[in-house]
Design a protein around this ligand. Structure first.
Ligand code: CA
Length: 150
């Protein structure tokens, strides 16, 4: 019985430690900071409010996610990651991505607002599609958080 208990404990410990490793390896580089209303952006149609979306729209959109591809260097080169992002959620950048992104690609059909500061604050850059040279518009190595919409 003592052997059995020891064995079970060891097996459990092994399971727990393998889970811990897996969690670390699959940890996302974008930290979900929760649902946020869009800032006022030029693409708003006339029947939308100044804050962009109704509560019902936010509830519908938060079930949908899209991909933002980010690179550490110009023209889609260097370190790369595909960040899976729920719509209308503010994401902070982690895992060494803060103030590093030099080029990015927003999945077709979506737009993202990028922020100079954390928690979706500070100056904004609204992007649809490919942006190979953030440097030319003064946005290389400054992005700290972002928010995507449809
Ligand atoms: Ca920044």
């Amino acid at each position: 019985m003592k052997f059995f208990t020891t064995f079970t404990t060891a097996a459990l410990m092994a399971t727990v430690s393998s889970l811990a490793v897996e969690t670390r390896n699959t940890a996302s580089s974008n930290i979900d900071l929760g649902v946020m209303e869009l800032p006022v952006i030029p693409q708003l149609s006339s029947n939308e409010t100044a804050t962009g979306v109704s509560k019902r729209d936010v509830n519908l959109m938060k079930r949908e996610s899209m991909i933002v591809d980010v690179w550490a260097d110009d023209n889609f080169s260097g370190r790369h990651e595909a960040l899976s992002s729920d719509l209308n959620h503010c994401y902070g950048l982690g895992n060494g991505w803060n103030d590093i992104i030099s080029s990015l690609r927003v999945q077709s059909g979506y737009g993202c607002v990028f922020y100079v500061d954390s928690n979706c604050k500070g100056n904004t850059l609204t992007v649809r599609g490919d942006t190979p040279y953030l440097r030319t518009i003064g946005w290389s190595d400054v992005i700290s958080s972002y928010l995507c919409y449809k």
